[in-house]
Design a protein around this ligand. Structure first.
Ligand code: TPP
Ligand code: MG
Length: 331
């Protein structure tokens, strides 16, 4: 674990909660794979496995008044923000008790009460939404920070540059979190960018940035707290580049011809859950029995989530055009 993390050490209770959240994300996604295989979950399903320390490390810096915007790989952000596992699972099933009433699926988790504004399928699509939320807050003198998660692939989009530029120009309270997992589908960053240093790119738009080890939950937590403190203090936007890795395929179907198995295995040696468990064991904040109890409680939460999804209703056919923009005469 990096030294920076020691600047703001968590209490034992906070630390165990970080581990619990990472485990909940991992086990819920492992369950989702099973359910996908038997056809209970359909459509696209992008797993966050390997990247859990990023969402879980950033979220403690935010309060209930703050906003969160994410991508299609957002189960982790939703759970870490407090969207109940049952509402996430039911949404993946497409059931009406899902957090987006079954209309969004895995890629479009929303929860207005928790100010969780998606879930966006368009690469880079969340960035202008985040800037708009922050502009709205600034105009209404609402003291809130908007955290916006996006992948390394999004830096190739014009929206990345336009959004950072406007946020810097208007000193908007946005924390841009780039989850750099080295690939955009099968394309490595160096194959589509002349400048691969994402912090430099942000700085070119007037947004100060910092790179952090995205496999180290405490390092992410400390860096996020520093960045959010600066944003909240009126310093304008900040960017955090979390260097991370997805252990699974891009989505459910991906032959993974673009990376070597040895590379994946190397990154798995730095599994954020294993690293943090070791840190906790070293401090005697965790032992085997406590770890087993934690796993059992996470498993029970996931069983409950699946039961909620199974029991949930489908939206009635008569309601299918509700909230869909169609000219009145066509209804
Ligand atoms: C504007 C746009 N272009 C292309 C796609 C197809 N697409 C879906 S995911 C993806 C890769 C994005 O990679 P990255 O931003 O690094 O996120 P990651 O999947 O690695 O989390 C692409 C190109 C899309 N959804 N939107
Ligand atoms: Mg990526």
């Amino acid at each position: 674990m990096r030294e920076a993390a020691a600047l703001t050490p968590p209490s034992r209770e906070q630390a165990l909660d970080l581990l619990r959240q990472m485990l909940l994300i991992r086990r819920l996604e492992e369950k989702a794979v099973e359910l996908y295989t038997v056809g209970k979950i359909r459509g696209f399903l992008h797993l966050y496995i390997g990247e859990e320390a990023v969402a879980v490390g950033v979220m403690p810096a935010l309060g209930p008044e703050d906003n969160v915007v994410a991508t299609y790989r957002e189960h982790g952000q939703a759970l870490a923000r407090g969207v109940p596992a049952g509402a996430v699972m039911a949404e993946m099933y497409g059931k009406a008790n899902g957090c987006s009433r079954g209309r969004g699926g895995s890629m479009h988790l929303f929860d207005v009460a928790r100010r969780f504004w998606g879930g966006h399928a368009i690469v880079g699509g969340g960035l202008p939404v985040a800037v708009g939320l922050a502009l709205g807050d600034a105009l209404q003198s609402r003291a809130a920070v908007t955290a916006c998660f996006f992948g390394d692939g999004a830096v190739a989009e014009g929206e990345f540059h336009e959004s950072l530029n406007l946020a810097a120009l208007w000193r908007l309270p946005v924390l841009f979190v780039c989850e750099n997992n080295l690939y955009a589908m099968g394309t490595a960053l160096a194959r589509h960018q002349a400048q691969t240093d994402i912090v430099r790119k942000a700085e070119a738009q007037g947004v100060p940035g910092e790179a952090v080890d995205g496999m180290d939950v405490l390092a992410v937590r400390a860096a996020a707290q520093r960045a959010v403190d600066a944003v909240r203090g009126g310093g304008g936007p900040r960017l955090l580049e979390a260097r991370t890795y997805r252990f699974r395929a891009h989505s459910m179907y991906d032959p993974e011809f673009y990376r070597e198995k040895a590379e994946v295995e190397r990154w798995k040696q730095r599994d954020p859950i294993a690293l943090f468990s070791a840190w906790l064991l070293e401090r005697a904040w965790l032992d085997d029995a406590a770890r087993e109890r934690l796993e059992a409680s996470v498993a029970a939460e996931i069983d409950g989530a699946v039961a909620e999804a199974e029991a949930g209703p489908w939206e009635p056919v008569a309601d299918l055009l509700r909230d869909v923009y169609t000219p009145a005469e066509d209804r």
